[in-house]
Design a protein around this ligand. Structure first.
Ligand code: ACO
Length: 279
């Protein structure tokens, strides 16, 4: 049974866990309560055995996330530094730390408006898939503020520098197709097909060794900030750790299917996963 929250919905189906920002009347703007709920939900789901793939999305037809809640997160905590500090800590924790280190693959399914602080959780997910009709906006400049939290850091990593500067300084919106063109999302589909295509993509990931996926995502993230000798040494150690910790023994399975059974060719598909026996 999925845990219940005031501002977050969790739905599970066939190994895919849907983690839903659930304030559709406020376009899923992030209130202090939403930050606390998300922080707790992600902590819980990280060790949830039913969760093979995590999809983050927004409730309702209109929005993924309209950014920080201007009323509750900003104005509402102006005179209450304790609540502000708690909300800010939870906000940074779930949107970046918990999501970017989540042990299973994560997908941001951007179903509609995505503004300001909402860019961080899209950047933190391993993959992002947008509706063509989604509207993205670094609207901060139009509020007289800058893309804070870590939004500016996120966009210079995700987009090319010219686009990051352009959208941060103009606040112009862009749609799902443009988001793909500038490298902010991996895929885009018409909204009517978004969920179906996201499930298709999640199922593709479910065919691979979970340990190989986890170690790969950790490695790809870590080497970005290393030099070549550091990366070579780290990747050696990381490969050994994967070999040691893979309960499905995928490396041996792959070699057996390729060399002995001749049932698979890596260039033409993937080896058949042998799931580890349930505990
Ligand atoms: N903070 C607080 N309330 C919000 C926010 C927000 N970020 N976004 C939307 N809402 C509220 C609206 O005030 C409105 O509340 P009400 O019904 O009590 O009046 C409700 O959500 C619905 O919003 P509408 O504007 O009526 O919905 P619409 O679909 O026409 O527009 C849109 C949606 C484009 C997202 C618009 O609400 C908007 O521009 N929101 C602000 C987006 C933004 O700039 N976010 C960045 C904030 S800064 C940061 O994150 C650091």
């Amino acid at each position: 049974m999925a845990k219940k929250y005031e501002t977050v919905l969790i739905e599970k189906s066939e190994g895919i866990t849907w983690l839903i920002m659930n304030r559709p009347d406020k376009r899923n703007a992030m209130s202090p309560q939403l930050h606390l709920d998300m922080d707790d939900a992600l902590d819980d789901l990280a060790t949830d055995e039913e969760t093979e793939i995590l999809v983050l999305t927004g409730a309702g037809e209109e929005a993924f996330c309209a950014g920080q809640d201007i009323r509750l997160y900003f104005r509402g905590t102006e005179q209450d530094p304790k609540t502000r500090a708690k909300a800010r800590r939870a906000s940074n924790q779930w949107r970046w730390h918990r999501l970017s280190t989540f042990p299973k693959p994560t997908i941001a399914m951007v179903n509609g408006f995505c503004f300001g602080g909402g860019f961080t959780q899209v950047s933190a997910c391993d993959f992002a898939i947008a509706a063509d009709e989604a509207q993205f906006g670094l609207s901060e400049v139009n509020w007289g503020i800058l893309p804070g939290g870590i939004v500016s850091w996120n966009v210079v990593q995700m987009m090319n520098f010219r686009d990051a500067m352009y959208y941060a300084m103009t606040g112009d919106t862009f749609d799902g197709k443009k988001a793909k063109e500038i490298g902010f999302v991996n895929l885009h589909f018409p909204k009517a097909k978004l969920k179906e295509e996201t499930i298709k993509f999640a199922k593709k990931l479910q065919e691979k060794s979970p340990a190989a996926l986890q170690y790969t995502k950790e490695a790809v993230r870590a080497v970005r900030f290393m030099n070549e000798p550091q990366a070579a040494d780290y990747l050696n150690a990381k490969s050994d750790a994967l070999k040691h910790n893979d309960k499905e023994n995928s490396r041996q399975q792959g070699m057996k299917q390729f060399l002995d059974d001749k049932s698979y060719r890596p260039g033409l598909g993937h080896f058949k996963r042998q799931k580890a026996a349930a505990k």
